[in-house]
Ligand binder design. Structure first.
Ligand SMILES: Cc1cc2nc3c(=O)[nH]c(=O)nc-3n(C[C@H](O)[C@H](O)[C@H](O)COP(=O)(O)O)c2cc1C
Length: 238
C-alpha cells in the first residue's frame, strides 16, 4: 500500500517525501570516521531496514558479517600484511583498466579529487599507496560490515541483490546521521577475511563497508563527488 493509498494527508506525504529526498541526496561515501562505536540498538534498526531490500525471487542471498572491537583490529592487521605482500585473493575480478571513455574519465576525476584532498601529488606513488591502504584501517571506523553471498550461476543477479542490500544499509545510516563507505578493496582479500572470521568457502565476498559517525574534518572527506545530469543517463521512450 502506498502512503497516498493509506489515506495519509498531503502534509505528511510531503514530510516523508522531503525526508527521503534529503537522505538519498545527502548520502555520500566518507573516508574518515570518529572512534565512536554505533550503539547496538541503532545498528539493529539499520539491519532491519537493510533486510527490507528487494532480491531476485525474494531469495535474500545476503550473508552479513559485522566486525568490531578486537576482531576488527586483528582483521586490519591481516589486511595490511596481505596488501603489503601483494597477496590478493578476490572472489570476483575487478579491473580498474577496463573502464573506458566517460567511465574512465569519471574514475580518474574521483581519484584525482581524493588524492588532492589528501594533499598527495600525482607523482607521489608511496603517498598514493598509503592513502589507498587506509581502506584496510577501515578509515578509522570502529566497525565494518562484510557482504558475502552464495554462488548461483554467474553470480550477476545475486551481486545485484547484494548491491540493493548495501544501498539500503547506507541510506539507513544516512537517515540516522551516520555514514559508511562501500569498499571493493576489502573484497581483494576475500579468502583472508573468510579465514579470520571463520566463514565457509561456499560464501563469496562482493564488498565490505566501513561505517560509523563521520569525521567531517578528515582530509579524505573533503572531496565530494558530483553527478552527470540525468539526461546523460536516462532515455524516455513514449
Ligand atoms: C561497490 C562499491 C565499491 C567501492 N569501493 C571503494 C573502495 O574500495 N575504496 C574507496 O575509497 N571507495 C570505494 N567506493 C566509493 C566510490 O568511490 C564512491 O561511491 C563514488 O566515488 C561516488 O561517491 P559517493 O559515494 O560519495 O557519492 C566504492 C563504491 C561502491 C558502490
Amino acid at each position: 500500500m502506498t502512503l497516498a493509498m493509506a489515506g495519509l494527508d498531503d502534509a505528511t506525504l510531503m514530510d516523508d517525501t522531503l525526508a527521503f529526498q534529503k537522505t538519498a541526496r545527502s548520502r555520500r561515501s566518507f573516508r574518515g570516521f570518529l572512534n565512536t562505536p554505533v550503539p547496538d540498538h541503532i545498528l539493529q534498526e539499520v539491519l532491519k531496514d537493510a533486510q527490507c531490500a528487494p532480491s531476485n525471487c525474494n531469495t535474500q542471498p545476503w550473508n552479513v558479517h559485522i566486525v568490531s572491537g578486537q576482531k576488527l583490529v586483528e582483521l586490519s592487521q591481516v589486511l595490511h600484511a596481505k596488501n603489503a605482500a601483494g597477496e590478493f585473493t578476490p572472489d570476483f575480478s575487478f579491473d580498474m583498466d577496463a573502464f573506458y571513455s566517460i567511465y574512465a574519465d569519471r574514475k580518474n576525476a574521483q581519484g584525482k579529487a581524493y588524492y588532492e584532498a589528501m594533499n598527495i601529488m600525482r607523482e607521489d606513488e608511496a603517498g598514493r599507496r598509503q592513502a589507498t591502504a587506509l581502506n584496510f584501517s577501515f578509515f578509522n571506523a570502529p566497525q565494518a560490515v562484510f557482504l558475502f553471498m552464495p554462488v548461483f550461476g554467474d553470480s550477476v543477479r545475486t551481486a545485484g541483490d547484494i548491491g540493493m542490500y548495501g544501498q539500503t544499509f547506507l541510506l539507513s545510516l544516512t537517515a540516522r546521521g551516520l555514514s559508511g563507505i562501500p569498499q571493493t578493496s576489502l573484497g581483494f582479500f576475500a579468502k583472508a577475511i573468510r579465514e579470520v572470521l571463520g566463514i565457509s568457502d561456499e560464501m563469496k565476498m562482493l564488498f565490505g563497508m566501513s561505517f560509523g559517525y563521520p569525521d567531517e574534518s578528515a582530509p579524505g572527506n573533503q572531496a565530494p563527488t558530483d553527478r552527470a545530469p540525468i539526461t546523460d543517463s536516462v532515455t524516455f521512450h513514449r
